[in-house]
Design a protein around this ligand. Structure first.
Ligand SMILES: Nc1ncnc2c1ncn2[C@@H]1O[C@H](COP(=O)(O)OP(=O)(O)OP(=O)(O)O)[C@@H](O)[C@H]1O
Ligand SMILES: [Mg+2]
Length: 493
């Protein structure tokens, strides 16, 4: 089955493509109960890493654990060698993610076929390439990587296309997740979707609402976090999250359990709403430049609320106060991105990833001896296609490794810093043996060779050619010996 996997800050959600339907897939917990998510949590249970529901259970019992590792991935300083401390041990972040995604794959009710995955709209190159790499190492065949709000845009056009008209072809996606707030203006043009602009806040999400509630509860109980101890504080946050998620527009009071040593706290919902109103106001402020006044000229059909955090009654209410009836809540707020990804992974879907020829092509290369990843744009999104024949671009350099491992991607836009923005489509990897001793090996054998730095490598020339139909090829030549190979750059799968 082709599926979409949305690795969220708090929850990982998957949806499948099943003959025009995109059901949310169920994960089983150790008791055999089905859930529409797999917790984004890693714990160290003794010597063993455990994930998801098992990690939740271990964390409750006091095991060291790592929440919100996706936030770490988004930190500007993160690189492929970044390590994380967990229970007094150092782990490579990439290894943790690989182990986590392996657990996700094993917990899926069906073996994943080709998969579409997502990253926040503001993810930088390293976050994108490390995400791709972790999925690949977890033995998951990724055929597309979309920005989260673009995927939600797919889900919107699939379920609500009636609200799009000839004059109103745009929707503003409002995605309040567990750890991040993202908003994007998406243009839906028949089958093609493009993101006109994005605004987001990396550190604003449902977690902050839980913290605000926990503070109110402690205040009311006359306790401090220290009174509860570390484990008690973890439990309090879980209780707060559960109480928040139980809220309906009719709820008057919230009850939060503080364990056996303290009385439960009862709190009017109004107090909670007052405390978190500034958080919702902040999301409105962040999104404001994208949507303006939502007047008739904006071409905006509506605001689409997705992300688990938008399930909070206050969020819907405040957005309606501001924008009126053009606010639509996704029928599956927490699963919208995953459903959109399943649609993107489905070749039969009517809303497919734009196959425009005007996308840019670039390659991720290791830099600074494997400490960093550099993105090298080979062809810009606005590169004109030739009427006939081919246009070429040439690069030359001295090889610094035994093996050239080229991770080509197609992308829709670059930011001012030259980093790819917009949806990424990974291409099949290209392997070129710089070391003459490796040239007898076939592709599968080459893929097993560890990449090592080498001094005094050969002079290399890469010639990229684009033909009239937008097909891109690269010829890589060892100028020192004349050895040369040509590769078609193609999407995976
Ligand atoms: N019914 C609900 N009411 C209020 N909040 C909810 C509800 N259901 C889930 N949430 C909150 O939504 C958040 C998780 O949302 P979601 O699953 O969209 O985030 P994520 O994808 O894990 O994170 P991100 O997109 O930021 O990486 C959590 O804070 C959770 O408590
Ligand atoms: Mg999300």
């Amino acid at each position: 089955m082709r599926i979409g996997i949305d690795m969220g800050t708090t929850r990982t959600i998957a949806a499948g493509a099943d003959r025009g339907n995109y059901p949310v897939l169920h994960f089983l917990d150790p008791d055999g109960d089905a859930h529409e998510h797999f917790p984004s949590l890693i714990a160290l249970d003794g010597e063993e890493l455990v994930h998801g529901f098992e990690a939740e259970r271990a964390a409750r019992a006091g095991a060291p654990h790592l929440r919100s590792f996706k936030r770490l991935l988004g930190d500007p300083g993160t690189h492929p060698g970044t390590t994380v401390e967990l229970g007094g041990r150092e782990f490579a972040l990439l290894d943790l993610m690989t182990a986590y995604l392996t657990a996700v794959r094993e917990a899926l009710p069906v073996p994943p076929g080709q998969v579409a995955v997502s990253v926040p709209a503001h993810a930088h190159s390293v976050q994108r390439v490390m995400t791709l790499e972790a999925f690949r190492r977890a033995d998951i065949d990724v055929i597309a990587m979309l920005n989260e709000p673009s995927a939600a845009g797919f889900e919107y056009t699939h379920h609500q296309s009636r609200s799009l008209t000839a004059r109103r072809t745009r929707i503003a996606v409002y995605d309040l997740g567990g750890g991040t707030f993202d908003s994007s203006l998406v243009e839906a043009d028949g089958a093609g979707h493009s993101v006109l602009g994005s605004r987001g806040e990396n550190r604003l999400g449902g977690d902050d609402f839980d913290l605000a509630l926990a503070e109110l509860v402690l205040e009311r109980a006359g306790l401090t976090e220290a009174d509860l101890g570390e484990q008690g504080a973890t439990l309090l946050l879980e209780e707060c999250r559960a109480a928040k998620e139980r809220l309906t527009p009719q709820t008057r009071r919230m009850m939060i359990d503080l364990g056996d040593d303290h009385d439960p706290v009862v709190l009017p919902v109004e107090n909670f709403n007052t405390a978190v109103t500034p958080l919702v106001e902040r999301t409105l402020e962040v999104m404001a430049p994208l949507v303006g006044d939502l007047d008739a000229d904006s071409g905006i059909a509506g605001i689409y609320l997705v992300g688990g955090g938008s399930g909070l009654p206050l969020v819907g209410r405040m957005l309606r106060e501001r924008f009126g009836r053009r606010v639509h809540r996704s029928p599956h707020p927490a699963a919208s991105t995953a459903i959109g990804l399943a649609i993107a992974a489905d070749p039969e879907a009517d809303a497919t990833l734009t196959d425009r020829l005007s996308r840019g092509i670039g390659v991720f290369r290791e830099a600074r001896a494997g400490e960093a990843v550099a993105f090298d744009q080979v062809l810009t999104p606005d590169a004109p296609l030739p009427k006939s024949g081919t246009t070429t671009v040439t690069r030359t350099y001295t090889a610094a490794h035994n093996l050239g491992w080229f991770r080509f991607v197609e992308h829709s836009a670059l930011d001012e810093g030259g980093e790819p923005r917009g949806d990424l489509v990974p291409y099949a990897d290209v392997l070129f043996p710089f070391d003459p001793a490796l040239r007898g090996l076939d592709e599968a054998a080459l893929a097993e060779v560890p990449v090592e730095r080498r001094e005094g490598g050969p002079q290399i020339e890469e010639i990229y050619s684009v033909d009239a139909s937008g097909v891109v090829r690269v010829r890589i030549t060892d100028l020192t010996s004349g050895y040369s190979r040509e590769y078609g750059l193609a999407r995976r799968g």
